[in-house]
Design a protein around this ligand. Structure first.
Ligand code: UTP
Length: 274
C-alpha cells in the first residue's frame, strides 16, 4: 500500500564540517557501508519499491554508490574476485531509484515539495538519513506502515527525549491516545524547553499523505529561514488527523559526532571484523 520512500539528501551537513566539504554526510562510512545504505536497506525490507532521493549537484557520490560500476565489475570477474564481486553487487538495490534535484537548499519542507509529481497522489514514507535505527527484530519503517494501515492518516515516528533537548526537534502536543498511537493537537519546530508541549520528538521517519503538498506549497519560511515540514504538518492538523507513534528501537543521531561513533561501534559488535 505504501510503496514509495522519499529520502532528502541535499542538505549541506554543516554540523559535520569540514569532512562534508567533500564527502556528503549520507556517505560517511559505518565501517564499509555508508549511512545511506542502511536507510535504503530499512526501506526495502519494509516493502518499499521506489526510492526517491532529493539530491543536489554536490552529492554525485550517492548516485555513484547505487549505480552500476561496469568497469570495476568486469575487472573483478576477470580476476575471479568472487567475494569482492558479491560485495559490489550488494549495492544494486532491488528497488527503483529516482533522483530529484534541489537547486537551492530552502529547507526540508521545500525538499519534500519537489517530490509531488513522483509520489503521484500516493501516501509515502519520508526517511531522513540523520536518523539511523537499529532495525534488528523490528523494522522502524514497517512499524509506521502498519500503523498507517489502521488509521490511513499521517503518522509521525517519534521518540521520547530529555526535555532540555526540545530545541533540536519538532515537538508534538498530544491530544489523546488511540490504541498504540497518539492523536496530535499540534506540532512545533524546535521550541525552547519552556514552550515545549511534551517530550515527544519527531525523529526522522514520517508516513505522509498527499494532502501535505497543499500546505507545503503555501508554507512561509519558519525557524532558521527555512521552509519547515513541521510547520506544514501543523497546518494540516486543522484538516486531517495526524498521529504520533513512539519508536522504541535504539536510535543514532548521525548528525552528532558522538552518536555516529556509537553507530560504528555497535555495528562492529554485530559482525566479525577481519
Ligand atoms: P538537516 O538540517 O538535519 O540536515 O536536514 P543538513 O542541512 O544536511 O545538516 P546541517 O544542519 O547542515 O548539519 C534533514 C534532512 O533534510 C535534508 C538533509 O540532507 C537531511 O537529510 N535537506 C535539508 C534537504 O534535502 N534539503 C534542504 O534544503 C534541507
Amino acid at each position: 500500500m505504501i510503496k514509495k520512500a522519499v529520502i532528502p539528501v541535499a542538505g549541506y551537513g554543516i554540523r559535520f564540517l569540514p569532512i562534508t566539504k567533500a564527502v556528503p554526510k549520507e556517505m560517511l562510512p559505518i565501517i564499509d557501508r555508508p549511512v545511506i545504505d542502511f536507510i535504503v536497506e530499512e526501506a526495502i525490507e519494509s516493502g518499499i519499491e521506489e526510492i526517491i532521493f532529493v539530491t543536489s549537484k554536490k552529492k554525485k557520490a550517492i548516485k555513484k554508490y547505487f549505480g552500476k560500476a561496469k568497469k570495476l565489475k568486469k575487472h573483478l570477474i576477470k580476476k575471479q574476485k568472487n567475494n569482492e564481486l558479491i560485495q559490489l553487487e550488494k549495492t544494486y538495490k532491488k528497488a527503483k531509484i529516482t533522483y530529484v534535484l534541489q537547486n537551492e537548499m530552502k529547507g526540508l519542507g521545500h525538499a519534500v515539495l519537489l517530490t509531488q509529481n513522483i509520489t503521484n497522489g500516493e501516501p509515502f514514507v519520508l526517511m531522513l538519513g540523520d536518523d539511523m535505527y537499529n532495525n534488528n527484530g523490528s523494522n522502524v519503517t514497517a512499524q509506521l506502515i502498519n500503523s498507517y494501515k489502521n488509521v490511513k492518516k499521517t503518522v509521525l515516528g517519534t521518540i521520547e527525549i530529555d526535555i532540555k533537548d526540545s530545541n533540536k526537534y519538532g515537538i508534538c502536543e498530544p491530544e489523546s491516545k488511540i490504541n498504540h498511537l497518539i492523536k496530535l493537537r499540534s506540532v512545533i519546530e524546535k521550541p525552547d524547553q519552556i514552550n515545549a508541549p511534551s517530550n515527544i520528538a519527531i525523529s526522522g521517519r514520517y508516513i505522509l499523505t498527499p494532502k501535505i503538498y497543499k500546505y507545503l506549497k503555501t508554507q512561509k519560511p519558519g525557524k532558521d529561514g527555512e521552509i519547515q515540514l513541521t510547520d506544514a504538518i501543523n497546518r494540516l492538523i486543522s484538516e486531517e488527523d495526524v498521529f504520533a507513534k513512539i519508536i522504541k528501537n535504539k536510535r543514532y543521531d548521525i548528525g552528532t559526532k558522538a552518536d555516529y561513533v556509537e553507530a560504528i561501534l555497535d555495528s562492529s559488535k554485530l559482525r566479525k571484523l577481519m
